[in-house]
Design a protein. Structure first.
Length: 406
């Protein structure tokens, strides 16, 4: 059997895996407790716990990293694969797997500030949902009876808005819902104020804004909660953030954008004197149009009168024709009556000449047998002793046949 080399007889005491990892952890904690690392995010995972698990890599190497939920909730942007960042944290060994990890406590995008990146990401999300689309913009009411205002109660913005509203249209009611416009919680208060005015139900248009300021001062108007409150408003919203150069997300979502609170007030109500002038001009135009119509109708009536005859003349003419017709009818009836009488007389004469009574009047008589009453036309019908009734022109007589001669 071969004899082990002498080297093995001089080896140091062995370490367990746990002991070795503990020594590595101690060394890392001593030398890499606070480091800044540039790299690109890859393989990002966000489980239900809210922790961020990802890999930081460059052209040659990669390092596992984790950012726990407490630190991740403070990020002003949304991490995503391919984003180049600068991460601050500590390097340590995850003993359970022997993995070297960077425990990140702070992270910022490279080149673009975290706040600006968060703003660009939110813009992209809202644009994809159609919240910036022109077709969803609603027209402002021409003459609102009540204007809602969301701004700080003490500030130049509310003063400018009220001054312009009362100068232009003193009869418009103004409903003010005070709200914080900068600082912690300002975005939540602005969103709640918009919802409160909608719930109140009287405002027909809402002005949301503030005076000018730095980008940080205007941060509340770039928050998602404000954008969604404006988008869900039942009445049109005018964004009046006092700046000329940069557009906030509130400007993009609102139905109208005004560069200043003063401009917003001018936008939502008409000038009272201008309105009166327009009403007067409208009345004059209406009167002129009515006069023109009446003249045209009157001219048409004159033409019709010339073409239409007086109906009374027509009635007189028809009455005369009726009288003539009635006279002709009476004359015709009289002529027919006379002719009828003459004809009746003629027929009566003929009838009279044919009547047996006329024959009797000339001396003839009519013999009838008794009691049968049969007219005797031939003496052969009789026998001696028969009784007869003789009818004369005047009266009758009864006779007895004595003898018959045939």
């Amino acid at each position: 059997m071969a004899t082990p080399p002498a080297l093995w007889s001089a080896r140091p005491p062995t370490l367990s895996v746990s002991e070795l990892t503990a020594q590595i952890q101690a060394a890392l904690e001593a030398d890499f407790d606070d480091v800044w690392v540039d790299g690109e995010i890859s393989g990002l995972r966000i489980p239900a716990s809210g922790h961020l698990y990802f890999i930081l890599k460059d052209e040659h190497s990669q390092l596992r990293a984790v950012m726990f939920r407490g630190y991740a909730g403070l990020l002003r942007f949304r991490p995503e694969d391919g984003l180049a960042v600068t991460a601050r944290g500590r390097v340590n060994l995850y003993a359970a797997r022997g993995d070297l990890q960077l425990y990140v406590s702070l992270m910022e995008p490279q080149g673009l500030g975290a706040q600006q990146l968060a703003l660009e990401q939110l813009k992209a999300t809202l644009a994809a949902e159609g919240l910036f689309a022109p077709e969803r913009k609603r027209p402002l009411p021409f003459f609102p009876r009540c204007v809602g205002v969301v701004t700080a109660l003490h500030g130049a913005a509310i003063h400018d808005i009220l001054t312009i509203l009362f100068q232009r249209c003193p009869y418009t009611r103004v409903l003010i819902r005070p709200a914080k416009v900068q600082g912690i919680g300002a975005e939540v208060d602005i969103a709640a104020a918009i919802r409160d005015l909608n719930d109140h139900g009287e405002a027909e248009v809402i002005i949301v804004g503030r005076g000018g300021g730095s980008r940080e001062d205007l941060r509340a108007f770039n928050e998602e909660v404000v954008a969604r409150a404006i988008a869900s408003s039942a009445v049109p919203v005018v964004a009046a953030v006092g700046h000329e150069i940069d557009l906030t997300i509130a400007d993009l979502v609102a139905d109208r954008r005004a560069p200043t609170p003063t401009a917003a007030a001018e936008m939502v109500v008409p000038r009272w004197d201008e309105l009166q002038r327009r009403i007067t001009a409208g009345q004059q135009a209406l009167s002129t149009a009515m006069a023109r119509v009446l003249l045209a109708r009157r001219t048409a009536l004159v033409h019709l009168r010339r073409r239409v005859r007086d109906p009374r003349q027509r009635v007189v003419m028809l009455r005369q024709r009726l009288y003539v017709a009635m006279a002709r009818l009476r004359a015709a009836l009289r002529g027919q009556e006379e002719r009828a009488r003459a004809r009746v007389q003629e027929l009566a004469t003929v009838l009279q000449s044919l009547s047996p009574l006329a024959v009797l009047a000339r001396g003839y008589s009519l013999a009838r047998t008794l009691p049968a009453g049969q007219i005797v036309r031939d003496a052969a019908m009789l026998r001696p002793g028969d009784s007869l009734r003789l009818t004369f022109a005047r009266g009758e007589a009864r006779v007895r046949v004595e003898a018959i001669e045939v």
